[in-house]
Design a protein around this ligand. Structure first.
Ligand SMILES: [Zn+2]
Length: 83
C-alpha cells in the first residue's frame, strides 16, 4: 500500500524543524487549538454575562484570525516564531 510511504514522509518533516534565526533544533509547537478554544468559550461566557453577544462574536472572530496567523513553531533558544 502506498499510504505507508505518505505517513513516513510526514514524520521526517516533523522531526527536521529548525529555527531559521539561530538554527537551533530546540523548537516546539507554540500554539494549541485547545487553548484557543478555552479562550473563545471564556470570551463568549464573559460577553453573555454582560449581555453583549455581538461583542462575543467579534472576540471569537478575532481569536480565530489570531490563531490562523500565529506561526505554529517557537524556538526555545531565541524565542523566534516561524512556520
Ligand atoms: Zn532560534
Amino acid at each position: 500500500m502506498p499510504d505507508d510511504d505518505l505517513i513516513d514522509a510526514e514524520v521526517v518533516e516533523e522531526d527536521s524543524k529548525r529555527c531559521p534565526v539561530c538554527e537551533s533544533y530546540d523548537v516546539g509547537r507554540a500554539k494549541s487549538f485547545a487553548a484557543y478554544l478555552v479562550l473563545m468559550v471564556a470570551a463568549y461566557g464573559a460577553a453573555l454575562a454582560v449581555d453583549q453577544t455581538a461583542a462575543a462574536f467579534f472576540a471569537i472572530a478575532v481569536l480565530c484570525v489570531v490563531y490562523y496567523v500565529t506561526p505554529p513553531y517557537r524556538c526555545h533558544e531565541c524565542g523566534a516564531r516561524f512556520d
